[in-house]
Ligand binder design. Structure first.
Ligand code: MN
Length: 415
């Protein structure tokens, strides 16, 4: 992405932090008026919604997204500069559909800690491309969670990179190339790099980029792509896309679900997929050990006197003895966020002694700002960070920051 200079008014931020126009540049304009602007080493995302402007420090977001381990300079210049500036960024939907129809061999990559959205999406896309007579391989560095074992085309998924170069590599919801895994060089794996994502902060590193931050799941984008290619959705594709969308929307409960989402789901159900069984597998069925650990996290639940902050902390010993794989502890968080009257819910997991993984949830309080203070980030109401200190210290440090911020929040509720 070659950068162009911004005019002063474009950069003006209410608190004046982004006013150094001489050193600041802006990346290509994305679909939804999201710009990445550079001020020295600080990269901000500017988004506009209903005439309000929001700024996010992309370095902090990037760090959360696992873009690099260097907390001070999380985005590498090579990653920032990899896209061209001749066309609008993140808007190559039609060109991607055309490329997929023209080319013959594909490698589709998931992000680290593969989830229902990118897994369901890649299996559906693989099905469609295979039906078009093309060769498709799937790659994920991390193993597939057991709950998704019903998905079709899992035999195509490997955690070893192919030796032969494909015509096209497709990265699904990876903000930067390194999100696909360690030592993955997309340009060596395929002649063309296609980047499809629905998250803020994507650096548009592909030859073709399609970033739609209004899509609740990348699965919805894959549906659009299949439709554009004239693909009559079959039951196997529908199973993948249903898995993708229902995973990322918490079974259609989250705020990003739109009428379009339901129209797509309606179309998927027409293929007679077993949606209740898929929902049971994703959301209801739990492993025995998980249920015990889940119970433990609730028994240990704590709250501040005013009840605005609730949290639970699981020690390394508890986690180790639980027999639950760390990749399977992601959903422990959700029910902690159900306590009435709480503004913020936190789960601390001491993954290794002295290494605490923190999940934060809220119903409006910007937990991403708390996470960012600790080198993490994420969404306003769902964020995460890692604190390298003993568990009790991590709990008291983070909670102290939340309590301080909750005071401001109550004084001046945001948005
Ligand atoms: Mn997703």
């Amino acid at each position: 992405m070659k950068l162009r200079n911004l005019s002063a008014h474009q950069l003006k931020r209410p608190d004046g932090l982004l006013n150094r126009t001489d050193k600041t540049a802006i990346g290509k304009k994305l679909n939804h008026k999201i710009n990445s602007a550079f001020s020295g080493l600080d990269i901000y995302l500017q988004s506009e919604k209903n005439d309000s402007k929001f700024f996010r420090n992309l370095n902090k977001l990037a760090n959360f997204a696992g873009l690099t381990s260097d907390k001070n300079h999380p985005l590498k210049n090579s990653e920032i500069n990899s896209a061209s500036d001749t066309k609008p960024a993140g808007n190559d939907f039609e060109a991607i559909a055309k490329l997929l129809q023209e080319k013959d061999s594909f490698l589709i990559l998931a992000h680290l800690s593969i989830d229902g959205d990118d897994l369901g999406s890649m299996t559906a896309l693989a099905e469609a491309l295979t039906r078009m007579g093309k060769k498709v391989q799937l790659y994920s560095q991390d193993n597939v969670p057991e709950i998704f074992s019903y998905l079709p085309n899992l035999s195509l998924l490997k955690n070893k990179l192919p030796e032969q170069k494909s015509d096209v590599v497709i990265a699904l919801e990876c903000g930067v190339p390194s999100r696909t895994g360690e030592n993955v060089d997309l340009t060596k794996l395929g002649d063309k790099v296609v980047n499809i994502d629905h998250h803020l902060g994507n650096t548009c590193y592909g030859d073709l980029n399609w970033v739609n931050t209004e899509a609740p799941a990348v699965g919805e984008m894959v549906y659009d792509l299949l439709e554009k290619m004239g693909c009559e959705i079959n039951q196997r594709e529908a199973t993948g896309i249903y898995t993708a969308i229902s995973s990322d929307t918490g079974s259609f409960q989250f705020g990003n679900v739109s009428p379009k989402t339901h129209r797509i789901i309606s179309r998927l159900l027409e293929t007679k997929i077993n949606s209740s069984e898929i929902s049971r597998r994703i959301f209801r069925e739990k492993d025995f050990n998980f249920m015990k650990l889940y119970g433990r996290s609730l028994v240990d639940l704590e709250k501040t006197e005013d009840g605005k902050l609730v949290w639970s902390a699981l020690s390394n010993e508890t986690l180790k003895n639980s027999g639950v794989k760390s990749s399977d502890t992601q959903n422990l968080m959700e029910d902690i966020n159900r306590v009435a009257g709480a503004e913020v819910a936190v789960l601390f997991k001491e993954a290794e002694p002295g290494e605490v993984h923190v999940s934060l949830r809220s119903h409006g309080f910007p937990v991403n700002e708390i996470a960012a203070e600790f080198g993490g980030g994420g969404h306003k109401m769902a964020s995460g960070c890692r604190i390298d200190s003993p568990l009790p210290e991590a709990v008291s440090r983070l909670n102290a920051r939340i309590k301080a911020k909750l005071k401001d929040y109550q004084a001046a509720p945001q948005k």
